[in-house]
Design a protein around this ligand. Structure first.
Ligand SMILES: [Zn+2]
Length: 426
C-alpha cells in the first residue's frame, strides 16, 4: 500500500469533515489530479496532486470502497467508513472512467448531523406551536420548501422528540436519509411503492408516521386519511410558502374539509448562507481593489431596487453586511460560514379552518396574516440581514428560486433548469 496515497486520502477527509463539506471530488485532469470540496453547496479547489499519485490514489479509493480493483473501466459505486477530524463518517463513492482517468465523487454522510428540536432556531411562538402539535395524537404537520431547504432535518428533529419506546413510529421514504434506532423505516422500492407501503403501514396502526413527501393526489389523500384517523402524521411538500401548501393540497383534489380538520401546522423553510463573522464587510467598508458599486448602506443599485420593490424599506435601519470577496482563513476564503434555516409557519385556527373548507386562497392568505405566529419568509430573512448574519443577495437568490417553485406546479422541468440541482428528498 502506498502510504503517500493513504496520507493524501486521510488529509482530504480531515479537511473536508472539519469544513463540514458534503462532497469530495477527485478527478484526473490533463496535467494533474484535482481535489475539490463542496462546502455550503459551493465547490472549491482543495489541492492539486502530481499525476504519478493517480494510480495508487485511485486504487486506494477502489479498494476501500470494495469495488472491483481489476475491472476498472466501468462506472462503479461503493461505500466505506472513515474516522476523520474526530468523528466517524461514511463515504458514498461513485467512480466514472473519464477521458484522462477516473472521476471520483465521494458524498460524506455525517452520523452526527441529525438536529434536535432544541437546536433549530425557531422563534418562541413557533417552538410552542411545534411542541403543541407534537403532543397531539393525530393531525398533519407539513414542512415545505424547495430541494435542499433542510425539510428532512426539521422532520427528523420532530421524530427525535416523538421517538420513545411507548410510541410506534413508521416512516416511508425515498430514499431513507437517516437511519434512526427506534423507528420503523421503510424505503420505497419498485416493489414497495409509496402507495403500497403507506396502505400497509396504516393497517399496522402506528402512533405516528412520516410520509417522506406528498407528491401526488394518492399520497395526499393517504396523508389526510392517516392524520384524521388517529395518527400523528408528518410530511413534506414542494411549495413556495405555508399558505401555498394548502392551495397545493386543494389543487391535488383533496377536500377542503379533510384538510381543515387534519392540518395542525405548516412550516415553510429555507436554508440561507451565513456570512463569515471574521471577514464580513459592513456598510461602505471596501476591500482593496474592490470595484463593485456599494452605497453607504453596503448595497448595490440592484439590491436597493429589490428592497424598494418588495416594500422592505422600513428594515433599512442600518447598513447591511455582505461577504468579503476574498474571504479569510476562518472561512477558507469563501466569505461564508455554514447555513441557517428560516421558517414561516401557519397553525390551525377557526378562521384558517373556515377559509380552507371554503377552498379560498385569498381567505387562507388573510387568515394566515391574522396569526401572530405567521410572517412571510422574506420578513424572517430580512431580520437576519438587518442582524448582519446574511447578505441581501441571499434573499434575492431565495426569491428567484421561489419563483421557480411556483412555475414548477405547471411545468416540472422548469425547476430543474432554474435551480440546477438534482432531485433529492431533503
Ligand atoms: Zn472569513
Amino acid at each position: 500500500m502506498d502510504t503517500h496515497a493513504c496520507e493524501e486520502m486521510n488529509s482530504a477527509f480531515d479537511i473536508a469533515v472539519s469544513r463540514a463539506a458534503s462532497d469530495i471530488h477527485i478527478e484526473h485532469a490533463a496535467d494533474d489530479i484535482v481535489v475539490r470540496l463542496r462546502v455550503n453547496g459551493l465547490l472549491s479547489e482543495l489541492k492539486r496532486l502530481p499525476t504519478h499519485m493517480a494510480l495508487p490514489l485511485f486504487a486506494r479509493i477502489r479498494q476501500r470502497s470494495k469495488m472491483d480493483t481489476i475491472q476498472t473501466r466501468a462506472p462503479a459505486d461503493g461505500t466505506f467508513s472513515v474516522y476523520a477530524h474526530d468523528q466517524l463518517v461514511s463515504a458514498r463513492v461513485s467512480v466514472i472512467p473519464g477521458l484522462h482517468g477516473p472521476i471520483t465523487v465521494m458524498r460524506i454522510l455525517y452520523s452526527r448531523t441529525r438536529a434536535t428540536l432544541d437546536s433549530l432556531p425557531f422563534s418562541p411562538l413557533l417552538r410552542d406551536a411545534v411542541q403543541g402539535a407534537l403532543e397531539k395524537n393525530e393531525g398533519l404537520i407539513l414542512l415545505t420548501g424547495p430541494t435542499g431547504s433542510g425539510k428532512t432535518t426539521s422532520l427528523y428533529a420532530m421524530l427525535d422528540r416523538l421517538n420513545t419506546p411507548e410510541r410506534a413510529i413508521s416512516t416511508v421514504e425515498d430514499p431513507v436519509e437517516y437511519q434512526v434506532p427506534g423507528l420503523r423505516q421503510v424505503p420505497v422500492t419498485p416493489d414497495t411503492t409509496f402507495e403500497k407501503a403507506l396502505r400497509a403501514l396504516l393497517r399496522q396502526d402506528p402512533d405516528a408516521m412520516l410520509i417522506g413527501e406528498i407528491r401526488d393526489r394518492v399520497t395526499a389523500a393517504i396523508a389526510l386519511q392517516a392524520a384524521n384517523t388517529g395518527h400523528l402524521t408528518l410530511s413534506s411538500t414542494h411549495t413556495n410558502s405555508a399558505p401555498a401548501t394548502i392551495s397545493r393540497l386543494l389543487n391535488l383534489g383533496c377536500e377542503g374539509y379533510d384538510i381543515a380538520v387534519a392540518l395542525e401546522l405548516v412550516i415553510a423553510q429555507r436554508l440561507l448562507p451565513v456570512l463569515c463573522p471574521a471577514c464580513a464587510l459592513r456598510g461602505d467598508q471596501r476591500e482593496e481593489g474592490e470595484t463593485s458599486h456599494y452605497d453607504a448602506d453596503g448595497m448595490t443599485q440592484l439590491e436597493t431596487h429589490w428592497i424598494n420593490k418588495n416594500n422592505l424599506g422600513r428594515y433599512r435601519t442600518q447598513p447591511f453586511a455582505r461577504a468579503s470577496p476574498h474571504g479569510c482563513d476562518q472561512c477558507h476564503c469563501t466569505g461564508y460560514k455554514g447555513r441557517i434555516p428560516i421558517f414561516s409557519a401557519i397553525a390551525r385556527s377557526d378562521a384558517m379552518q373556515n377559509a380552507i373548507t371554503a377552498a379560498a386562497p385569498e381567505g387562507i392568505e388573510r387568515a394566515a396574516r391574522q396569526q401572530a405566529l405567521y410572517e412571510p419568509l422574506i420578513i424572517a430573512g430580512i431580520r437576519l440581514a438587518v442582524d448582519g448574519q446574511i447578505p441581501i443577495s441571499a434573499l434575492m437568490q431565495m426569491q428567484s428560486v421561489s419563483t421557480a417553485v411556483d412555475a414548477q406546479i405547471d411545468t416540472p422541468a422548469l425547476i430543474v433548469a432554474a435551480t440546477g440541482v438534482e432531485e433529492t428528498n431533503q
